[in-house]
Design a protein around this ligand. Structure first.
Ligand code: CUA
Length: 674
């Protein structure tokens, strides 16, 4: 490491060095002379019109931010019942007087009323999905995915612990990109898919029960970052391998980084098995798909294939990679692959046979340095590739990409939007909204104007809104469908710094709710919401599209697990040292007041909640045995453990289910062996 500041521990020097590094990188890209006509790798490109001083944007943005702030406080008041003020009702958001501002964008949802939208947030390295109502921003539920969660018995009952065990037996995951399943390009409310960046996994959440029901540990990849379903009908769940590694990673080529590779993976959404993979040059970051099922577009920030930051940021350009899904399927069908760990791996590197013909399976499109996100607009015409270290967003014309010899000819626009563009979202009225990580702003711009403007022009930018601070993903209502709803946008800010009461050195993130309406008015921040680290992305669906069950449907587990009633509760010896205990549960008793097993017995315990009423959950806790079940109405859960030590163990219910909740008990008697 040649990092002097790190060596000395000098805090100011560290900050200075970091800012200098970012400035140097951005400045490189900002200099048109360095971007004009470099053709070293055969990927010529032109970045015209980058002559504007990038600080111009900072000034313009700051002015817009001040103008926006005047109305911000009024946001949560206007939807209150008549005569109420925020302090009467505890309504969220700003507080303070409205100063007579004209804002009329209340996000307050009065007691007893429901939000109009479901928001599904990834929890980052907390490993869970969070369900948050929009516009209230109230947290409704958490769905454990790659983590264990005592409150829901997840990772404690047999089924979920076996699923986690079979998916690699890791204790955590880093989920980034939640994706709702689609039919005809619209959310169908069936499933949500999310990646685990840390361990290269993809999980499926069943939205009938808001429960994780499958996890695949994708072979041959160490890290899956970008994740998307293939529109319009969820034919695959696609995962981008971000970290390059030897293939297979079994000890070969460890000191030969040139031999490392990154893989693009397709998972079958029903079987949750890996269907095929594509080997590529460079790495893979974020992915989205066109709306017609043919193209998947990934960004790549390390075309240099370096192993350290200096090398990864060396060149002025990287790639967007456009995967031709039917062509890849054809290659697999034709046997044009190498099987690695049971998965067909197709060669999509630039020099491969499959890429040398007229119909390459992967098109490499040169883009400015270190792009971050790819999002496809609602009409499917353009893929928007945010520049990160370039102040631009590259628009790739997906109607043209299959028609042109040089894929850079499909670049339809490249507006200059500000510093650190990371993610883009849409209101369905012709506007794109791009988060600017370095500028701490959201830029709103006109898509068609950008398509008609010179590359590098800032003219399409309409407005900027300051956010607090350093936004990553931003998402507007139903922005991933063919018909976005506009109205609200959430900016998932990585840093909250001074926005909340201090709670020690680890701060919450800050999710800000921004009113965008139909895109014709100014953006307005309506609420700050602290978020436990660290949401990356979210996706919003209208409540009419999500139809969760309120009690379990027995038919969904019939034949796999019994439905235990009071009548068939009891203990059955199943072997010399194994028993099966079956117990019903209802307010406020289990199917038996006590049961007896022998020291050393393996105990399989099956518990059914026979209640038919919503919101009456029963728990099963057995002290000193690490047993913890949560059983919803009409559901059955099982747990297997060993009764190691003789004694009496009180079983109790963990959910406060009735006035006699404390009395809802049973005894497990473990008799000493002879
Ligand atoms: Cu059942 Cu508390």
């Amino acid at each position: 490491m040649s990092n002097d500041a790190n060596d000395t521990g000098d805090a100011e020097a560290l900050v200075e060095e970091h800012e200098q590094r970012i400035n140097d990188l951005v400045a490189d890209v900002d200099d048109p002379a360095e971007l004009g006509d470099d053709e070293d790798d055969g990927f010529s490109m032109q970045l015209a019109g980058l002559e504007l001083d990038r600080r111009d944007f900072m000034k313009a943005g700051a002015a817009a931010g001040v103008a926006g702030a005047a109305g911000a406080f009024a946001g949560c008041q206007t939807a209150l019942p008549e005569g109420k003020t925020p302090s009467d009702s505890g309504g969220g958001g700003g507080g303070g007087g409205s100063q007579g501002a004209s804002a009329s964008h209340g996000h307050f949802v009065p007691p007893g009323e429901k939000d109009e939208y479901y928001g599904f947030w990834s929890g980052g390295h907390s490993g869970e999905i969070r369900v948050i109502g929009i516009p209230s921003m109230r947290e409704l539920q958490r769905i454990p995915v790659f983590n264990t969660e005592p409150a829901r018995g997840y990772g404690y009952d047999d089924e979920s612990s076996e699923m986690l065990e079979q998916a690699g037996d890791y204790t955590w995951g880093d989920n980034h990109h939640p994706n709702l399943s689609e039919t005809d390009g619209d959310y169908d409310g069936e499933y949500l898919y999310v990646n685990d960046k840390a361990n290269g996994r993809i999980a499926r959440v069943n939205l009938k029960y808001f429960e994780t029901d499958a996890i695949v540990d994708v072979p041959n990849v160490q890290c899956i970052h970008g994740t998307s379903v293939l529109s319009p009908d969820t034919k695959y769940v696609l995962g981008n391998g971000e970290f390059r590694a030897p293939l297979p990673n079994d000890g070969r080529d460890v000191n030969d980084p040139e031999e490392y590779t990154a893989l693009f993976s397709a998972v079958d959404p029903e079987s949750m098995e890996t269907a095929w993979q594509v080997k590529v040059d460079g790495n893979l970051d974020i992915v989205d798909t066109g709306k017609e099922g043919r193209w998947a577009i990934s960004s790549c920030y390390n075309s240099e294939e370096a192993t350290e930051i200096q090398g990864m940021t060396r060149d002025d350009r990287d790639y967007a990679k456009v995967f031709d899904i039917p062509a890849i399927e054809q290659a697999v069908e034709d046997g044009n692959y190498e099987e690695v760990n049971g998965v067909p791996v197709v060669d999509g590197t630039r020099e491969s046979d499959l890429n040398s013909g007229d119909e390459p399976i992967v098109r490499y499109v040169s883009t400015p340095k270190s792009p971050h996100c790819v999002e496809v607009g609602p009409d499917g015409k353009y893929a928007f590739i945010a520049g990160k270290l370039s102040p631009t967003v590259t628009m790739l014309d997906l109607d043209m990409i299959g028609e042109v010899d040089d894929p850079t000819e499909a670049v339809a626009g490249r507006p200059k939007v500000g510093l650190g563009p990371l993610h883009t979202t849409f209101d369905g009225n012709g506007h794109a909204y791009t988060s600017l990580f370095i500028d701490s702003q959201v830029a709103k711009w006109d898509i068609e104007e950008a398509a008609n403007a010179e590359l590098g022009s800032s003219d399409p930018v309409i407005e900027k809104q300051d956010v607090h601070y350093n936004p990553g993903h931003i998402q507007a209502l139903e922005a991933m469908t063919t018909d976005p709803d506009g109205e609200w946008l959430v900016s998932l800010n990585k840093l909250s710094k001074d926005r909340f009461l201090p709670v020690g050195p680890i701060h919450p993130d800050n999710d800000q709710l921004i009113h965008i309406g139909d895109g014709e008015k100014e953006m307005e921040i309506v609420a700050d919401h602290p978020a436990y680290p660290e949401p990356h992305d979210c996706v919003f669906a209208h409540r009419d599209k999500i139809n969760p069950a309120t009690t379990w449907d027995k038919a969904d587990y019939e034949g796999e697990k019994p439905f235990v009633t009071a009548e068939n509760s009891g203990v059955e010896r199943t072997g010399d040292s194994s028993v099966h205990v079956k117990a019903s549960s209802k307010r406020s008793e289990y199917g038996m007041y006590d049961f007896t097993v022998q020291e050393g017995d393996e105990v399989r315990m099956t518990v059914t909640n026979v209640e038919g009423v919503r919101d009456i959950i029963h728990g099963v806790a057995i002290p000193e045995h690490d047993v913890n079940l949560a059983v919803a109405p009409q559901d059955t859960r099982e747990v297997t453990f060993t009764a190691d030590d003789p004694g009496v163990y009180w079983i109790y219910c963990t959910y406060f289910c009735s006035a006699l909740h404390l009395e809802m008990r049973s005894r497990m008697i473990v008799e000493p062996s002879e």
